[in-house]
Design a protein around this ligand. Structure first.
Ligand code: GTQ
Length: 346
């Protein structure tokens, strides 16, 4: 449906009411309410070796402390200048060099980290530290104090995913800086996984937050789960073997605004055409392959990041055993009752 034709009388009327901050719906309705999602977000891949080289250069230009967070934002080519990887989500690659600290702060935005390179650097969340390994999925809840540090002798790189654009859209951003660079540690290493990650909960535990009390989901455990499950040879045509990271207290997504997933595609597996309303960011953990996203073909390998916009049909083909981490705003769609998927004929 095209907009009604312009006539001299209509044009004059639009100009007159414009001064009253009024505008006719019928000229914009087709762009406002579309038959299906029409996103400005485009399919794209960032290669880790290129990001890494730029990050090392950034490491020579600014310290983590001066930058607060030394991050290069992965900006979607269709959304340049907006600090967005999808319409609702932000992603960046963060570098913490040996003996650096990224100082303590807290904000209303929820954050995830997915570790790309390095071993043993830490993040502290509300008084508890966790040491990070490649493939670990680490979260900082909305409102939680967090600082990052690296006591190892190697640089540490991770992918950050935050709901910055969503919180910006809602005009709900709050930020506070800590009184010291590093927050006081009040709980021993491993406390949260013991309390909440052993298929038990403290008997009188009542969740105080919508975010999972687990803040590190170690790759070793998640990977082992996939490896054990593959023996059953029960493959989903669209996803291979795909798992969802959960809040163990209620089975919901680990965070209220961002869902995260880990999937295994065995060598030679080609997924069936799939689309969903939640634009999704993928981080390749293991293996090489290609994905067709709409009309775009993306080839990928370990540590590359690629994006699938809302409602763009996607297929993945793994040329060797592949593991993909991904995150999206799916929990928001689900809570609003607007999440849709299309599994084609699968
Ligand atoms: O580590 O707290 O990539 O506050 C952007 C904003 C990371 C962080 C980002 C942040 C952080």
């Amino acid at each position: 449906m095209s907009a009604p034709a312009e006539t001299p009388e209509r044009t004059a009327f639009y100009a007159k009411i414009d001064k009253q901050n009024l505008t006719p719906l019928w000229t914009v309705l087709g762009a406002l309410i579309t038959p299906e999602p029409r996103s400005a977000c485009v399919p794209f891949v960032w290669r880790f070796d290129e990001i890494r080289a730029a990050m090392i250069e950034a490491g020579g230009l600014i310290t983590a402390k001066e930058a607060e967070r030394r991050v290069l934002i992965l900006e979607n080519p269709g959304l340049r200048g907006q600090s967005k990887i999808t319409t609702s989500l932000y992603a960046g690659v963060q570098l913490v060099l040996p003996h650096e600290v990224a100082p303590a702060h807290r904000h209303s935005q929820s954050a995830l980290r997915f570790v790309l390179e390095g071993s043993g650097a830490h993040t502290s969340v509300d008084g508890e530290r966790t040491e990070m390994q490649v493939g670990d999925f680490v979260i900082t809840p909305s409102g939680a104090w967090h600082d990052h540090g690296n006591h190892t002798d190697k640089p540490m790189f991770w992918l950050d995913g935050l709901d910055i654009p969503l919180i910006q859209f809602l005009d709900a951003s709050f930020l506070e800086h800590g009184s010291a660079d590093e927050q006081t540690i009040t709980r021993p290493l491993g406390d949260a996984p013991a309390r909440f990650g052993a298929n038990m909960l403290p008997v009188d535990y009542h969740p105080a937050k919508m975010t999972s009390p687990i803040f590190n989901y170690p790759y070793a455990r998640s990977r082992e789960a996939l490896e054990t499950m593959r023996r059953s040879q029960e493959w989903d045509p669209c996803h291979g073997l795909k798992m969802r990271y959960i809040n163990p207290a209620n089975g919901a997504h680990a965070m209220p605004t961002i869902g995260a997933f880990l999937q295994l595609l065995p060598k030679g597996f080609a997924t069936a055409r799939y689309r969903s309303t939640d634009a999704t960011v993928f981080s390749v953990v293991e293996g090489h392959g290609i994905s067709h996203v709409g009309d775009t073909t993306i080839s990928w390998g370990p540590k590359d990041t690629f994006v699938v916009p809302s409602w763009k049909p996607v297929t993945h083909e793994a040329s060797e055993d592949a593991v993909l981490f991904s995150f999206s705003d799916r929990p928001v769609h689900e809570k609003l009752g607007i999440w849709r998927e299309d599994r084609g004929n699968a």
